[in-house]
Design a protein around this ligand. Structure first.
Ligand code: NAD
Length: 432
């Protein structure tokens, strides 16, 4: 059993802490938000994540998992300290490492001899060295404390499943004996463990996210072409996906990618490329296609309501950046809602998981707690997140509630034939 500290109790930190406790380690998870620590200590999960409530209850019951306010208390008694703090996008597009730098300075003086600080937050190439340097400057004995990169690949919504059944575990460290110690934390998992140098580990994370974003922008561009040539993108992606070199994953057109990772990680990789004088035109294109895809959805909505948004009421289903999460960060739905409001529309939204924080994120947006009520008197219903439950609602009720039976399905979630039969005007993405 290893003594582990996890710093940051967000999507990544909380998943890491509960899963490592589940695997038999003793874990102290620290956050700076007192209320979050209090709730977690009582077994309340502050985020929507399948499987987390059960693992949290298990960790607390076995005594292997506990929560504290402040990184120092957790780090002082740990052999392994996972940094899971935010690395948001700075104004210039780079990754803002201030949370990482602050917490590194905070824990440096209390680290045990032999402790390994593990960068799990997504950090640009060079960050393992940066953390080492800050630890040294802030009073850690750098011959006795080691730093490794161990990027995280989990997906929100299935974070526990992804952590416990990863496609791979990547460990970046120059010292093989430290890499072996870190890899032993994951011994119970049935996954390939790739041990490499820190720079390569850091690049693996950015390259993976940039590649997935590329797949999404590519399929969105194909979908837009399909509309122009009267092809159906669903047939096209089916035919592409059977090719094992391509695969079906991430071949779904939509309103563009969003969320807490792809936008900021593509921006950070572009920033890093510019810094070394490399013109990453391909990735620039991916980001631009994504930006335009959000706008394209606004244009579709505008045309469906007759060419002007002024004074028009629009209903939205879905606000989170994808289904099965409550995360609104960089959600395309919020961008689209904002643009519709800027165009003069009255916008109301229903989402199964997003609370009133969406109203704070988009001034003027009204969040309604019922999927039918939100449609009342609206000239258009736009489906912006692919929540499965939307497919099973009563569309006769929806039609009767709307002022005009228009549906813009930006996720190709609904059945156009069934809706048209009920009298709806339906528009999806990439299908005629
Ligand atoms: N969310 C994802 O799907 C995902 C997936 C892979 C990697 N990542 C990366 O993991 C990192 C964390 O992402 P997240 O989504 O978990 O963020 P998050 O915002 O959900 O959680 C971060 C937590 O860190 C806490 N925190 C900040 N400063 C602290 C400090 N000094 N001491 C203790 N706690 C502190 C915050 O209060 C917050 O609870 C980011 O670098 C992100 O890019 C995220």
């Amino acid at each position: 059993m290893s003594e582990v500290a996890v710093i940051g109790a967000g999507y990544v930190g909380l998943t890491t802490a509960t899963c490592l406790a589940h695997l038999g380690h003793r874990v102290i998870c620290a956050d700076i938000v007192e209320e979050r620590v209090e709730r977690l200590s009582k077994g309340e999960v502050p985020i929507l994540e399948d499987g987390l409530p059960a693992l949290l209850a298990e960790g607390l019951a076995t005594g292997r998992l506990s929560f504290v306010v402040g990184a120092r208390k957790a780090a002082a008694v740990a052999d392994f300290v996972f940094l899971c703090v935010p690395t948001p996008q700075a104004d210039d597009g780079s990754a803002d490492l201030s949370f990482v730098e602050d917490v590194t300075r905070e824990i440096a003086p209390v680290l045990r001899r032999g402790a390994v600080v593990i960068n799990k937050s997504t950090m640009p190439v060079g960050s393992t060295r940066l953390v080492e340097q800050i630890l040294g400057e802030a009073g850690a004995s750098i011959d006795q404390v080691r730093v490794a990169s161990n990027p995280e690949f989990l997906r929100e919504g299935t974070s526990v499943e992804d952590f416990l059944h990863p496609n791979r575990v990547v460990i970046g460290c120059d010292d093989p004996s430290v890499a072996v110690r870190v890899s032993e934390l994951y011994r119970a998992l049935d996954a390939p463990i790739l041990v490499t140098d820190p720079a390569s580990a850091e690049m693996i994370k950015y390259a993976s996210n940039a590649f997935l974003a590329t797949k999404i922008s590519f399929v969105n561009a194909i979908a837009n072409l399909c509309e122009a040539v009267d092809a159906d993108v669903r047939e096209v992606t089916l035919g592409m996906g059977y090719d094992q070199r391509i695969g079906f994953e991430f071949l779904h057109p939509g309103p563009g990618y969003g969320g807490s990772c792809f936008p900021k990680d593509t921006a950070a990789l572009l920033f890093a490329s510019r810094n070394v004088g490399y013109d990453f035109a391909l990735l620039d294109g991916v980001v631009e296609v994504n930006r335009r895809q959000h706008e394209r959805m606004v244009e579709k909505a505008t045309s469906m309501v007759g060419g002007s948004l002024e004074g028009v009421t629009i209903a939205l289903w879905g606000l989170t950046f994808k289904a099965n999460t409550d995360d609104l960060r960089d959600s395309p739905a919020l961008v689209i809602a904002q643009r519709l409001i800027e165009g003069g529309a009255n916008v109301r939204a229903f989402d199964p998981a997003a609370g009133e924080s969406a109203e704070r994120a988009v001034p003027g947006l009204v969040v309604v707690s019922d999927p039918y009520e939100v449609c009342a008197g609206a000239a258009l219903l736009a489906v912006l997140t692919e929540w499965d439950q939307f497919r099973w609602l009563d569309f006769n009720r929806v039609r009767d509630a709307l002022a005009s039976p228009n549906v813009l399905d930006t996720r190709n979630l609904l059945d156009p034939v069934a809706l048209r039969r009920r009298g709806f005007t339906y528009e999806g993405v990439g299908r005629s």
